[in-house]
Design a protein around this ligand. Structure first.
Ligand code: SAM
Length: 188
């Protein structure tokens, strides 16, 4: 039930103007891409594809997945306009069978933090199966605060750190001054 409400929230957002959909890739991603050799990348919860374009422009062979049809439609159109041929899958990352092989980079901006706990555990397992050795997981999300809203907890960070080596974590604030975090993990 909670998952349906969550999906409905995203569904409604994409039929208006979601506040996160800025058409600008964050400097943390650009900085990461500037200093790494390109490879195969997956953008989980890719939204309308802004970061897929950024990955492709930095030479990455990128794929995206999102479970809101409208977001996928907009992403495909944006890629077409840029004459970029990339796969954007419509589906739930947690259950999709479309994702095959290993990725050198998995990007998650704003998906993991909104998952309920049990889905976070499935997500971590799935990432472990999809990330190449020495591959990176670059993640940005809101931290759980006192409000009833979801977010990344200290326990989540510890669980991710038992699976992957944490290369850096940088705390900041996002929309409406909500505490947020950028994290880079590496699979050993
Ligand atoms: C806050 S938005 C961020 C979108 C994009 N990463 C960006 O930075 O513009 C989170 C995205 O995750 C997608 N999402 C959430 N849960 C998902 C799931 N289980 N499978 C696929 N996409 C999901 C939502 O539809 C939404 O597009």
């Amino acid at each position: 039930m909670k998952s349906i409400k969550r999906k409905y929230h995203f569904f409604r957002s994409y039929h208006a103007d979601p506040p996160w959909d800025t058409n600008v890739s964050p400097p943390e991603l650009i900085n990461f891409l500037t200093y790494r050799l390109p490879g195969r990348a997956l953008d989980i919860g890719c939204g309308t594809g802004t970061n897929l374009i950024c990955l492709a422009e930095h030479g990455w062979q990128a794929e995206g997945i999102d479970y809101i049809r409208e977001a996928v439609r907009k992403a495909r159109r944006k890629l077409q306009d840029k004459k970029l041929v990339l796969s954007v899958y419509y589906g739930d990352f947690l259950t999709s069978t479309r994702l095959q092989g290993y990725y050198d980079l998995i990007l998650d901006i704003g998906c993991y933090h909104s998952l309920p706990d049990e889905d976070k555990r499935s997500y971590e397992k799935k990432i472990t199966n999809l990330l190449a050795r020495q591959g990176y997981l670059l993640m940005h999300g809101y931290l759980k605060s006192d409000s009833p809203r979801r977010g990344i907890t200290q326990k989540d960070i510890e669980l991710l750190s038992t699976r992957f080596r944490m290369d850096f974590a940088e705390r900041g604030t996002g929309l409406h001054e909500r505490p947020s975090i950028w994290m880079l993990f590496r699979r050993e």
